[in-house]
Ligand binder design. Structure first.
Ligand code: ZN
Length: 404
């Protein structure tokens, strides 16, 4: 009965069967079936009705996994693209079918979308804070290993330039990033010996980034690394623990000054260790790159809920939610308009530019009807969106609600 499993995780089969669900969905299905009410067709939308404080948008992720969860079931599914920006109120995904055919999967599909979206959104925010400098995700140690590849995938899609997990990188189709932990230096007992051994042994295509905070001051270790590896040293990484940190900005400025003064202008400075958006923003002009883990792996939750908005063809919803099936239209200036699903909008009511519908068929009659892009392609689209966000002076966190 599961007590003999080594790890407390669901198998792919258990997820696909809906066994991970809340029991009340099972009971709902049983009541509908036994009371002769199983024929009702509903249209349910997944949306956010309140982003975390300070958040005006989020980045949708997990769409491909949801398609894999729902394919083969007698439903139609519409969704925004993986990596699409969305605002509150906007339906990001919608399911049409008999409630008994998909209701038990609500917990699973929301869990996928919420977790993936929360990680991708945070990664995008950190990428924006560190704009122009590489942001690497070093967060697999913060999550259960069963979902480490998922954390890597969505951090990458959200905009991180590199991910450290070996399996996560393999599944995302990229090379994993990272050089040495403190353990290498401590095990060998000497920084210089460790840096030199790394340089001699590790493949030449891995940039030589020496960890420079293990046993003594960042400035002296960085200079020692530069002297030891010379031209081959690509950069130093400062992973200063918070208990020793003081003002990280001052430490980076001092290390930069010391390296430049000694003729090591080519040596880049990477910072890691408990960084969040604000830390990255404060260091972005003086550091050359960032390693970010826990703040992306354990992001604020982007709460997505699924609500029925139509039953047997009639608009119907619980109070607090907009009834009826809806479409979201967007112009190139990221102005969004929510309309009723059957309204065809051509022009943005704010700026007059052409608009495109964001909800598109994902599954029709159980068949997946969309090609999925590679994670690197999704990431490129996210970066394009982030570029636009940087150019917009005032982003309106609320979409226009338009009922013609
Ligand atoms: Zn517009």
């Amino acid at each position: 009965m599961g007590s003999n499993r080594k790890f407390y995780i669901a198998s792919e089969e258990e997820i696909l069967e809906g066994k991970i669900t809340d029991v009340y969905f099972m009971r709902t299905r049983e009541v509908l079936e036994k009371s002769g009410e199983s024929h009702h067709r509903v249209y349910a939308e997944v949306h956010n009705y309140g982003l975390p404080a300070g958040y005006d948008w989020a980045i949708l992720a997990g769409v491909e996994e949801v398609a894999n969860l729902l394919k083969g079931k007698p439903v139609n599914v519409y969704s925004m693209d993986e990596g699409e920006l969305f605002r509150m109120f906007e339906p990001v995904l919608a399911i049409e079918g008999r409630y008994v055919d998909f209701g038990v999967h609500e917990a699973g599909l929301l869990g996928i979308l919420r977790h993936a979206t929360s990680i991708a959104t945070k990664a995008a925010r950190v990428k924006l804070a560190g704009w122009g400098k590489p942001v690497l995700f070093f967060g697999v140690r913060a999550v259960h290993p069963a979902i480490a590849p998922m954390a890597d995938r969505y951090a990458f899609i959200g905009g991180c330039d590199g991910i450290s997990g070996v399996l996560g990188a393999e599944l995302a189709g990229v090379k994993p990033t990272g050089t040495m932990p403190h353990a290498l230096i401590l095990t060998m007992g000497d920084q210089v010996k460790a840096w030199k051994a790394f340089d001699e042994i590790i493949s030449r295509d891995v940039p030589r980034i020496a960890l420079c905070d293990t046993l003594s001051d960042e400035r002296f270790e960085s200079l020692a690394a530069a002297r030891a590896l010379g031209e081959r040293l690509y950069g130093v990484r400062l992973d200063t623990p918070s208990s020793r940190r003081g003002d990280m900005r001052k430490i980076v400025l001092e290390v930069r000054w010391a390296l430049d003064s000694a003729g090591y202008k080519h040596v880049k400075i990477f910072v890691s260790g408990g960084l969040d958006e604000e830390d990255v923003r404060r260091l972005v002009d003086i550091a050359d790159g960032f390693g970010v883990g826990t703040s992306i792996a354990f992001p604020k939750s982007i709460d997505l809920a699924m609500d029925i908005v139509e039953v047997d063809g009639e608009s119907f919803s619980k109070r607090g939610k907009l009834p009826g099936r809806k479409q979201v239209y967007r112009c190139e200036n990221l102005h969004d308009t929510i309309t009723k699903f059957d309204v065809r909008l051509e022009r943005c009511p704010v700026c007059g530019k052409p608009v495109k519908p964001l909800l598109k068929p994902l599954i029709l009659d159980g068949k997946v009807v969309r090609e999925f892009e590679k994670p690197s392609e999704v990431r490129e689209r996210v970066l394009e969106t982030l570029k636009k966000l940087r150019a917009i002076e005032e982003f309106n966190p609320e979409p226009q609600l338009l009922v013609p």
